[in-house]
Design a protein around this ligand. Structure first.
Ligand SMILES: [Cu+2]
Length: 163
């Protein structure tokens, strides 16, 4: 068991340069920083996408949808905490005001990939399309990271239904 963990650790080190080299994407008026997913265990129905979106344009816009060939559909979700209980609720849209930086991160906003077509594997990249009300659609790559599969934010996804 110990040997297995150190093998995992070595793998994490190998993958670290990719993870550290968080990429940035320009999508029209939006700067999208470090779009990433956590790897999913085999059989996991859903995945999650985190990133930071900055509206560098002059016009207010809204994120109204997302899609990827890797999942049946992608939903905008928000994790909310009531006392000890975390739950997620879908959001129809996210306002993107010029100059604002909106963070999709553990415990808050995220994109939920519903019904993955195949597991998200650490180290790979896959295409994601974001749909904005005014700016239209942009497709870029999301990096799958290998760490933290069982870390803090999973609390936010506990109790999430497969559909
Ligand atoms: Cu979710």
């Amino acid at each position: 068991m110990k040997r297995f963990s150190s093998a995992l650790f070595a793998l994490a080190l190998l993958l670290a340069p990719g993870a550290a080299g968080a990429h940035e994407v320009t999508a029209g008026p939006f700067e999208i920083t470090h779009p990433h997913s956590r790897f999913t265990p085999k059989g996991a129905p859903n995945g999650v996408v985190y990133m930071v979106i900055e509206n560098t344009g002059k016009e207010a816009d809204r994120l109204i949808g997302a899609s990827t060939p890797r999942a049946e559909r992608a939903e905008i979700h928000e994790t909310v905490q009531k006392g000890e209980v975390f739950s997620m609720r879908p959001r129809e849209a996210v306002d993107l005001v010029p100059g604002d930086i909106v963070e999709f991160a553990s415990g808050g906003l995220h994109l939920m990939l519903m019904k993955l077509t195949q597991p998200l594997v650490a180290g790979e990249r896959y295409p994601l399309t974001l749909r904005f009300e005014k700016a239209g659609e942009f497709t870029f790559e999301v990096e799958v990271e290998g760490k933290d599969a069982a870390a803090d934010d999973d609390g936010g996804h506990r109790g999430h239904h497969g559909d």
